[in-house]
Design a protein around this ligand. Structure first.
Ligand SMILES: Nc1ncnc2c1ncn2[C@@H]1O[C@H](COP(=O)(O)OP(=O)(O)OP(=O)(O)O)[C@@H](O)[C@H]1O
Length: 583
C-alpha cells in the first residue's frame, strides 16, 4: 500500500492532466452506458410502434454518441500517456540526480547492470501502471458498476441471476493476483541480473577474449537467460490458465442472460428492447472483469518494480556538503594535515579491517610529497581521503586548518586536480575531454594545458585535431596518451593541490622525463602528492612517505631515507640492480 501511495505522489504534479483524463473517461463511460438504453428505445419506442422518425432520430443520436466517445477516447489516450511519461521523466531525473550524489562506498558495491535495468525497465513498468493501467482500472470499475445500475433499473431479476457467475470469477482473479505477484518480482530481479551479465561482459570483453572465455561467458549468460525464460513461462502458464477461465465465466454470464432474457421476454416480463439492451450491457459487465486480469499483471509489475527504483532514490548519501553548504574552498592554499587518521572501507563489519592506521602527516603549502609503499599498502586510500571519496573512520584530514568535511564538497574537489591510475575518457571530442572540469575554458587554455602534459603535438596530428572524437565511438588512445589527456585535464583546473596517482606509469622513459620536466613547472606553488613505484617519478619530491600495511613506516627527504635501513633503500637498491642488468 505504501508503494502504491508513493507511486501516486509522482502523479500529483500531473494531477490536472490525470483529472482531465478521468473527466474524459467519465464522458466516454456515460456515453457507453447510454447507448444500450437508446437502443432499447429504438426497439420499444420506434420499431414496436412503427415510428420510423424516432428510429432515425435515435440512430442519429447513437452516431453522435459514437463520435463523442471516439473523440473522448483519443484525448484520454493522449492525456493518460502524458501522465505516465511525466512520472517516468521525474523518476528518471530523481534517480539520476541521486546516483550523482551517492558516494564511492555505494559504487564499490553497486552493479551497473542492475542500475541500468532499474533506470529503464523498472521505471517503464511503473509508467505502464500509472498511465494506461490505472486509467483502464478506473474505467473498468466505473463501467461495471454503471452498467449494473442501468441493468438493475431495467430488469433486476435477470440482472441478479446473470451475475451468479461473478463469485467463481472473483476467486480465479484472487488466486491469479496472489501467484502472479511473486513471478513479476522474480522477473524484474532477473532482468537486472541479465543486464549486469551483459554489461560486465561488454566492459570486460578484452579480458574475455584474452582468456578465450567466450564459451564460458555464453553459458553464464545462457543460465541467466534460461532462468528468465522459465520464470516468464511460469507467469505465462498462470495467465494461460486464469485468462480463459475468466473469459469462460464472462461468456457464461452472457449465455445465462440470453437464456433468462428469452424466458422473461416470452413471459412478457421483459420488453424486446430491454432484451437487446441487456445483450449490449452484458459486455459492459464482462470486459472490465476480463481486463482485470491484465490490470492485475500491470499493477503487480509496477508494485514489484517501483521498490527497486525507490531503493536507489532512498539510499542515504553518506558524503556531502555540510547542511549549510559548507565553507567555500575556492581560496584553499594547500596546507594539508592528516591528524591521527585511521580508515576502513567497510565500517559496518563487526571488526572493520583498517587500511590506514594512525596516519600523522603535515604537508606545507607547495610541498611535493611522494608516497611509496608496496602494493596494497594504502597509498590510493590515503589520497582518496583528500577529496572525500571516503571519510576517515577516525581522526581528521584538514586543509588550511579546516576539516575537509566542513568544506563545500564541490569546491573542495575542484581544488584538487587528480590524475588517477585509470583514466576514463568520455565519448566526446578530445577538447571536451580535456576541458571536462572547466567547460568554459578557451581553446588557448586547453592547448596550454595539453602542452604542459606533453600531448599537444599528438593531438594536432590527429584527424580533426582537438575536435577528434575519442572514447567509445571515436578514436582509441594508448594507455600513455590517455594518461596525458588526464594530466592535461587536471592541469587545466589550476588546482592548489595536485595528486598524481602513478601518473607516469604507462609512458615510455623519454616521455616520462619530458612530463617530469613539464610537471616541475606545473607543480610550482602547488601542494603535490605523487604516488609512484618508480624512483624516477619521485626524484623531485621534497619529502617521501613510505607506507607499510597502512602505517607510515618511513618519512623524510630522499637523503634521510637513504641513510636508514628500510623499504626506501631496498627499493632503490632493487631498481639500481634492475637498471644495471638491463644496460
Ligand atoms: N573499494 C575498496 N573496498 C574495499 N577494500 C579496498 C578497496 N580499495 C582498496 N581496498 C583494499 O585496501 C587496501 C589498500 O588499497 P590501496 O588501493 O589504497 O593500496 P595501494 O597502496 O594504492 O595499492 P597499489 O599500489 O596496488 O595501487 C588493499 O588491501 C585493498 O585490498
Amino acid at each position: 500500500m505504501s508503494t502504491l501511495l508513493r507511486i501516486l505522489k509522482y502523479v500529483k504534479p500531473s494531477a490536472k492532466w490525470a483529472f482531465a483524463a478521468l473527466g474524459l473517461m467519465v464522458v466516454a463511460t456515460v456515453v457507453d452506458l447510454l447507448a444500450p438504453w437508446v437502443l432499447r428505445n429504438i426497439f420499444d419506442e420506434g420499431i414496436a410502434r412503427k415510428n420510423m422518425g424516432t428510429v432515425l432520430l435515435l440512430t442519429l443520436a447513437l452516431l453522435g454518441m459514437q463520435g463523442v466517445k471516439s473523440l473522448g477516447a483519443f484525448a484520454q489516450g493522449y492525456t493518460q500517456e502524458l501522465v505516465g511519461q511525466n512520472v517516468v521523466f521525474t523518476l528518471r531525473k530523481e534517480m539520476y540526480a541521486h546516483l550523482q550524489r551517492l558516494s564511492f562506498t555505494y559504487y564499490d558495491k553497486a552493479q551497473t547492470g542492475q542500475l541500468m535495468s532499474r533506470m529503464t525497465g523498472d521505471i517503464e513498468a511503473v509508467k505502464n501502471f500509472v498511465g494506461f493501467g490505472a486509467m483502464m482500472l478506473i474505467t473498468g470499475i466505473a463501467t461495471f458498476f454503471g452498467t449494473l445500475i442501468f441493468m438493475l433499473s431495467m430488469q433486476a431479476e435477470v440482472t441478479l441471476l446473470s451475475l451468479s457467475t461473478i463469485p467463481p470469477l472473483l476467486v480465479v482473479m484472487w488466486l491469479f493476483n496472489r501467484k502472479v505477484g511473486p513471478a513479476w518480482g522474480n522477473i524484474r530481479e532477473q532482468m537486472g541480473r541479465l543486464t549486469t551479465t551483459l554489461q560486465e561482459n561488454i566492459s570486460g570483453i578484452r579480458v574475455v577474449k584474452a582468456f578465450a572465455s567466450e564459451k564460458k561467458e555464453q553459458s553464464k549468460f545462457a543460465e541467466r537467460n534460461e532462468q528468465n525464460f522459465d520464470t516468464n513461462m511460469q507467469r505465462a502458464k498462470l495467465e494461460a490458465t486464469a485468462f480463459p477461465l475468466m473469459g469462460f465465466f464472462g461468456g457464461l454470464t452472457f449465455l445465462i442472460m440470453i437464456w433468462l432474457g428469452a424466458v422473461y421476454v416470452a413471459k412478457g416480463q421483459m420488453s424486446l428492447g430491454t432484451f437487446m439492451a441487456f445483450q449490449w450491457y452484458t459486455w459492459g459487465l464482462i470486459w472490465p472483469l476480463n481486463m482485470l486480469g491484465w490490470q492485475i499483471n500491470i499493477f503487480q509489475q509496477a508494485l514489484k518494480a517501483a521498490p527497486r527504483v525507490f531503493e536507489v532514490i532512498d539510499t542515504k548519501v553518506d558524503i556531502e556538503s555540510p547542511a549549510d553548504g559548507g565553507i567555500d574552498a575556492a581560496r584553499i592554499g594547500g596546507t594539508v594535515t592528516f591528524e591521527n587518521v585511521s580508515f576502513a572501507f567497510d565500517t559496518t563489519a563487526a571488526e572493520p579491517s583498517h587500511v590506514l592506521s594512525n596516519i600523522q602527516l603535515q604537508v606545507k603549502q607547495g610541498e611535493v610529497i611522494a608516497i611509496l609503499g608496496a602494493t596494497g599498502s594504502g597509498k590510493s586510500s590515503l589520497i582518496a581521503l583528500l577529496s572525500r571519496y571516503y571519510d576517515a573512520t577516525a581522526g581528521s584530514v584538514s586543509m588550511d586548518g579546516v576539516d575537509v568535511r566542513n568544506y563545500n564538497l564541490e569546491g573542495l574537489r575542484q581544488s584538487i586536480g587528480i590524475v588517477p591510475q585509470e583514466t576514463f575518457l568520455f565519448s566526446a571530442t578530445i577538447h571536451d575531454n580535456v576541458a571536462y572540469g572547466r567547460p568554459d575554458a578557451t581553446q588557448e587554455m586547453v592547448e596550454a594545458a595539453a602542452r604542459k602534459a606533453q600531448i599537444h603535438d599528438f593531438i594536432v596530428n590527429m584527424p580533426y585535431g582537438y575536435e577528434t572524437l575519442i572514447g567509445e565511438r571515436g578514436v582509441g588512445l594508448s594507455g600513455g596518451q590517455r594518461q596525458r589527456v588526464a594530466l592535461a585535464r587536471a592541469i587545466l583546473m589550476d588546482p592548489p593541490i595536485l595528486v598524481l596517482d602513478e601518473a607516469t606509469a604507462s609512458v615510455d622513459t623519454a616521455t616520462e622525463s619530458a612530463i617530469h620536466e613539464a610537471l616541475l613547472e606545473v607543480m610550482k606553488g602547488r601542494t603535490t602528492f605523487i604516488i609512484a613505484q618508480r624512483l624516477s617519478s619521485i626524484r623531485r619530491a621534497d619529502r617521501i612517505v613510505v607506507l607499510d600495511n597502512g602505517r607510515i613506516a618511513q618519512m623524510g627527504t630522499q637523503q634521510e631515507l637513504l641513510e636508514q635501513d628500510g623499504f626506501f633503500r631496498r627499493l632503490l637498491e632493487q631498481q639500481e640492480m634492475a637498471a644495471a642488468s638491463n644496460s
